[in-house]
Design a protein around this ligand. Structure first.
Ligand code: SME
Length: 149
């Protein structure tokens, strides 16, 4: 698979969100751009709410609404405050299978004032779908989102 042009994706996301102040609207359009361009199974955000992650805007099949701290790939990313990229989710201890079709996954924490306030989660039916280009590109998009949340 050819590497995605994340500079272009970031520009698209910036131009759609720069003049809009509503967070849900901005995250909803961000999921749409990422999901359409990456052609993955599921793309969405979870918000940190007390001791749980709660489902936010997403594209794809129905997903779990709440995930505990440290649970699944999303909870681990929240707990470690680090990007977690999993080539084979079936080998990830505690992975939460919202869809049986998901085989690889990437989760990126997004911080406000130094605290994780939401995570971006992307699931793919392909194994090892996310390479170093995806990791750096998605990280750059999440760094941008940190400036608008
Ligand atoms: N697989 C995730 C749960 C969220 S869904 O994939 C949308 C996890 O293990 O945290």
């Amino acid at each position: 698979m050819e590497n995605m042009n994340y500079n272009l994706l970031l520009k698209q996301i910036e131009s759609l969100t720069a003049t809009e102040s509503n967070l849900i609207a901005n995250l909803a359009n961000t999921t749409s751009i990422l999901h359409d361009e990456l052609k993955v199974l599921w793309t969405g955000f979870y918000f940190v709410e007390n001791d749980e992650l709660v489902l936010g805007p997403f594209q794809g099949p129905v997903a779990c609404t709440r995930i505990g701290f440290g649970k699944g790939v999303c909870g681990k990313s929240w707990e470690s405050e680090e990007l977690v990229c999993v080539d084979d989710v079936h080998k990830f201890p505690g992975h939460i299978a919202c869809s049986s079709r998901a085989n690889s996954e990437i989760v990126i924490p997004i911080k406000k004032n130094g605290k994780v306030t939401l995570v971006l989660d992307i699931d793919s039916e392909d194994y090892a779908r996310f390479n170093s280009n995806d990791i750096s590109g998605l990280q750059a998009i999440c760094s941008y989102l940190e400036t608008i949340i």
